[in-house]
Design a protein around this ligand. Structure first.
Ligand code: ZN
Length: 260
């Protein structure tokens, strides 16, 4: 059986309240050995950490402030992120970034919060999980200022062009590929053919971005296998190979067995 890592799943959200344990166990039974949990804001920390503690060696928490949660009180929220990093082991900063799709009201603050979290990524030597929605230009401009700082991480739910993909890879990032690659109008097949598996990690973004054939329903980590199958078709290889290389990439990035 193949082995995979889901590098991005919000399994602590209420969508999973009725069957959370089953969702994790179903994923493990299908070969998804590790699941990384991106934080959203102060309201999600406790449930995320509870899940990570319930499934040690399987579920790993990350710490950050999601761009759509950046509001008037973003400094207070960031202080909590800083506090958490001092008292708890987290495996990445995130998710962070800029989202100009849902709401542009706090665009300026989103940029400040993103920059602050990039600084934390440098300080703690942790990978950073970047959420870029209609904001590649703004994000790349900020990242230019970090070229010499050794940033690494994932562009989560990557949807950019081949050109943008090559740019973010040159800056030390992997592309997070999930359900979108299975959608009919996606340009991702062309992107992944150019970049190759060496620059890709798998993710679901559960409960969102559900792959075909379950599009429209709740997403869960077990569906990684559909994403891997889709990538295998596009790249003319096997799902096993997709699993092997993307798992290696994810382990190298997150170092989950390094108990520093
Ligand atoms: Zn997410």
């Amino acid at each position: 059986m193949s082995s995979y890592i889901d590098t991005h799943a919000h399994l602590y959200l209420p969508e999973f309240d009725s069957d959370r344990d089953n969702v994790v166990e179903a994923a493990v039974n299908l070969g998804i050995g590790k699941i990384f949990l991106p934080n959203i804001d102060s309201s999600s920390i406790e449930k995320m950490n509870q899940l990570a503690e319930r499934f040690p060696g399987i579920c790993y928490p990350m710490m950050g402030l999601h761009p759509t949660s950046v509001k008037e009180n973003y400094e207070e929220e960031l202080n909590r992120v800083v506090q958490e990093l001092k008292i708890h082991r987290y495996y990445a900063i995130g998710e962070t970034g800029i989202d100009l799709y849902w709401d542009k009201t706090f665009f300026h603050e989103q940029g400040l919060a993103f920059t602050r979290q990039l600084d934390l990524s440098v300080e703690y030597r942790l990978p950073v999980i970047i959420h870029a929605r209609e904001s590649f230009h703004e994000i790349l401009e900020i990242l230019e200022g970090y070229r010499s700082k050794g940033l690494k991480g994932i562009f989560h739910a990557f949807t950019g062009s081949v050109e943008i993909a090559e740019k973010v890879i040159s800056m030390g990032f992997k592309l997070g590929i999930g359900g979108i690659v299975t959608y009919k109008k996606s340009i991702l097949p062309d992107v992944v053919r150019e970049t190759g598996l060496e620059n890709i990690v798998l993710e679901t973004d559960s409960p969102y971005l559900t792959p075909v054939p379950f599009k429209g329903k709740r997403n869960e980590s077990a569906y990684i296998s559909y994403i891997a199958e889709s990538l295998a078709m596009i790249l003319n290889t096997s799902a096993e190979e997709v699993g092997r290389i993307t798992t290696h990439n994810a382990l190298q990035l997150f170092q989950p067995d390094n108990h520093a």
